[in-house]
Design a protein around this ligand. Structure first.
Ligand code: SF4
Ligand code: SF4
Length: 206
């Protein structure tokens, strides 16, 4: 995908100066300001050629305050969590974690690509776990297809039926029969995961 951002003029007032500090406050984002823009991460990333903004560029754009461009891009959603960038970063920046932090922020602010399958799948997965304690693959695939490309699902009908009849796909709702402490406990855990982390006096995550 060709990057066309250079064609748009961006004024200082349109940037979000707090974006970098928001990301730096999330687990893994602490070292974002020590990036030296060496490009190791982008060179190693197996998916950077498919991204609008490479990992190095994502880090640079976060620090510069390009919040809108970063949160609405496809780049972070293409990250396969292979950790190659994180392992080889000379400044020990947890780039994979930063990719996760950006994705979480995009979901929280409802600015992810609405018809792009990966964030929709992540959202549906989360909702099913929150509601039932487990996921049902058939329903997950069906909901994701309906919300992203309903007409495109037609060509998968025969494959779906074969999987269904051979017992490889099920629409039977899976749920935890009983949750220790009741469903309220699960809600508490999920809500805690959604909250920004608490840091102690040294700036480390408590
Ligand atoms: S490898 Fe690390 S220091 Fe180099 S550009 Fe990527 S994040 Fe920055
Ligand atoms: S973890 Fe993500 S960003 Fe890093 S190299 Fe792998 S795919 Fe690329």
């Amino acid at each position: 995908m060709e990057w066309k951002g250079w064609k748009k003029v961006k004024y200082q007032a349109q940037l979000s100066p707090s974006f970098a500090t928001d990301i730096a406050a999330l687990p893994g984002g602490e070292k974002i300001f020590s990036c030296i823009q060496c490009g190791n991460c982008s060179a190693l990333c197996p998916l950077s050629t498919y991204m609008e903004y490479s990992p190095r560029r994502i880090i640079g754009m976060i620090r510069a305050g390009f919040k809108g461009e970063v949160l609405t891009s496809y780049s972070t959603w293409l990250c396969a969590s292979c950790f190659a960038c994180t392992v080889e970063c000379p400044k020990e920046i947890k780039i994979t974690d930063i990719m996760y932090a950006v994705k979480q922020q995009a979901i929280r602010e409802h600015v992810y690509k609405k018809r792009f399958a990966i964030p929709v799948l992540a959202r549906e997965f989360y909702n099913q776990v929150l509601q039932y304690g487990r996921t049902t693959e058939g329903l997950l695939v069906l909901k994701e297809g309906m919300k992203t490309n309903p007409f495109g699902m037609i060509k998968f009908t025969s494959l779906g039926l074969r999987l269904l009849f051979t017992g490889r796909l099920s629409f039977k709702l899976e749920r935890l029969k009983s949750l220790p402490g009741g469903k309220g406990d699960l809600n508490t855990i999920m809500k805690a995961l959604d909250k920004p982390p608490v840091t102690n006096a040294t700036g480390r995550v408590a």
